[in-house]
Design a protein around this ligand. Structure first.
Ligand SMILES: [Zn+2]
Length: 359
């Protein structure tokens, strides 16, 4: 490969200007088969293999860098972008329904017979398409008829194979372009992400800041512009089922608290025990969160919040609080904790992604 460092897209550039030259190379299901070829061909003096994303058996992406030009080639398995499905199904879902994927009986040729088999001028027999990889199944009669029609355009099996290889790669391009265009309207570059799930997640974040891209009527609405730290955002779902602690649940909790206190070097003799079940069942059923006043539901389970953090998990030292509030509350300034809790509730109420995880 040659790379002209003096001119990039008509703009003069030289090695002093940092410029990430990266070319994406896409393959279908390439993580399982083609990566091995890369190690063979590109793990050499001229190229450096990067660390694959994913694992060695299933590399979602791997970047190789040319040692002289610092040019990068990023190999991406396009199947990850669409989800686990056959290329044929992908073309059907993401593109023109009438497009057909060609067929070729891979399993009939091997390194010994390919020369003799491929020079033949007659098409393969229907039986030749039976595939051990696909559990002995063959292609459909309709696919075979289409193959016979296509084959007429070629002088022999080798010429058909060349066409097949090119076409088998090209049919991937249109679905990819469709996917890239779909996310482009949200300023998301599909090839910077590793899966369609991560693209969707990025879109969700984008929707928080540019809601008008998604709901045209809400042109002027900006989330968080009406956020009020003194407002009550608790209990976003009034239909949520109230939390009822079971004896097993309570026993687990007691064990967990005992472990916590033990690890922190606190005496655990006076800790709450499984025998206090009735007391706490009544307490949890009749009270709301001592921190945010939310009701306890299966979406918002309770925990015991120690009032004096120097002291143990005892009956006297604990008040019920949401698990999430308890975490936000821990060792923090009460005002910052309160802001965290309100923002979390606001996000749940408005179905927004939660972008804040730390102070
Ligand atoms: Zn709470």
């Amino acid at each position: 490969m040659k790379y002209d460092t003096n001119s990039v897209g008509g703009i003069d550039a030289n090695d002093n200007i940092p410029f990430d030259r990266c070319v994406n190379v896409l393959g279908w299901n390439s993580s399982r088969f083609d990566i091995a070829l890369l190690w063979d061909a590109l793990d050499c003096e001229l190229w450096t293999m990067g660390v694959p994303i994913g694992d060695l058996n299933n590399s979602k992406s791997i970047t190789v860098t040319n040692k002289n030009s610092h040019m990068k080639l990023q190999f991406i398995d396009a199947e990850n972008l669409f989800g686990p499905l056959a290329l044929k199904a992908c073309v059907k879902d993401y593109e023109d329904k009438s497009e057909h994927k060609d067929v070729f009986p891979y399993e009939i040729i091997n390194s010994k017979n390919w020369n003799e088999v491929l020079v033949k001028t007659e098409p393969f027999e229907y039986e030749d398409f039976k595939s051990q990889l696909k559990g002995g199944y063959s292609i459909t009669k309709a696919e075979y008829d289409q193959y016979l029609i296509d084959f007429k355009r070629f002088t022999n099996r080798l010429e058909y194979l060349k066409y097949y290889n090119t076409n088998d790669t090209e049919i991937m391009a249109k679905p990819l372009m469709n996917l890239i265009d779909t996310f482009e309207q949200f300023n998301i570059d599909v090839l910077h992400y590793i899966s369609i799930a991560s693209c969707a997640y990025a879109t969700k974040h984008y929707s928080t800041y540019f809601p008008s891209k998604f709901i045209l009527e809400s042109d002027k609405q900006q989330y968080y512009s009406d956020f009020d730290i003194n407002a009550d955002y608790s209990n976003p779902n009034p239909q949520a089922k109230p939390f009822v602690p079971s004896a097993g649940y309570w026993k687990n909790k007691c064990y967990h608290y005992k472990q916590l206190d033990y690890k922190a070097g606190r005496e655990t003799e006076k800790n709450v025990t499984a025998d206090d079940y009735d007391y706490f069942k009544r307490l949890l059923e009749t009270s709301v969160s001592s921190i945010c006043s939310a009701k306890f539901t299966y979406d918002n389970p309770p925990s015991l919040d120690r009032q004096d953090i120097e002291l143990l998990h005892t009956k006297d030292n604990c008040l019920p609080a949401c698990v999430s509030c308890n975490i936000a509350h821990a060792n923090r300034d009460p005002k910052i904790a309160s802001l965290h809790i309100k923002m979390r509730q606001y996000a749940i109420k408005n179905n927004l992604p939660m972008t804040i995880s730390h102070e």
